[in-house]
Design a protein around this ligand. Structure first.
Ligand SMILES: [Zn+2]
Length: 206
């Protein structure tokens, strides 16, 4: 049974919602996510509450009237849309990482290509090594389906981890703010493209 929060429509939550809408639209404009896939969420400042995109809503269509406000146990405080299956791992990460204020999960093509290749994503640039350090790959779930939330959360128990690839699925970036999480998702995508080009060009005759 959902508990109605007295805060779900106040200015702090509205500000978090506005921030999510802006970042989601930037991710869509940058082609990090098409259609209604992926997910994005933001922790409401100072509270154990999260604004999150529900199932069936595209990043580009996120708006004040179609997002969910939930507590960290998944109880819906505001909104009537169907929660995404991804919500379990988003909330799990917030529960184990007090430092995380935003999460971006996308199926961006270069990162997902590496995640489907069976190869670890190389970090061929000084910036990717400096900022991402390591990117574990979470294996597919039972029957080759989507990852089990607990397997994703287990990786993010490492307080230094900023990014993970989900095998045959996509990427997850976290940050102190949602903008920082988007920057991670953008850097993973850029790095995945550069890594593929570097591998191709190294194999070419000089
Ligand atoms: Zn996904």
């Amino acid at each position: 049974m959902a508990t109605l929060s007295a805060y779900a429509s106040d200015s702090v939550t509205v500000a978090a919602t506005s921030e999510l809408i802006g970042i989601a639209r930037r991710a869509a404009a940058g082609r990090l996510q098409t259609g209604t896939g992926g997910n994005i969420s933001i922790r409401v400042a100072g509270r154990n509450e999260v604004v999150i995109k529900p199932s069936g809503v595209g990043f580009a269509e996120c708006d004040h009237d179609n997002l969910l406000v939930v507590d960290l146990d998944g109880n819906i405080l505001k909104g009537d849309a169907k929660p995404s299956k991804d919500m379990a791992f988003h909330l799990g990460i917030y529960r184990v990482r007090d430092d995380v204020g935003g999460i971006v999960h996308v199926h961006s093509p270069w990162a997902t290509g590496w995640a489907a290749s069976g190869h670890a994503l190389a970090l061929p640039t000084v910036h990717s090594r400096d900022k991402l350090k390591r990117i574990p790959i979470v294996p597919t779930g039972p029957g080759g389906g989507a990852q089990r939330p607990e397997d994703i959360v287990a990786e993010f128990r490492d307080p230094a981890l900023r990014a993970a690839l989900l095998a045959e699925h996509g990427s997850v970036g976290v940050g102190k703010t949602l903008l920082a999480a988007l920057h991670v998702a953008e850097l993973i995508e850029e790095t995945a493209q550069v890594a593929a080009l570097a591998r191709l060009l190294r194999a070419a005759p000089a």
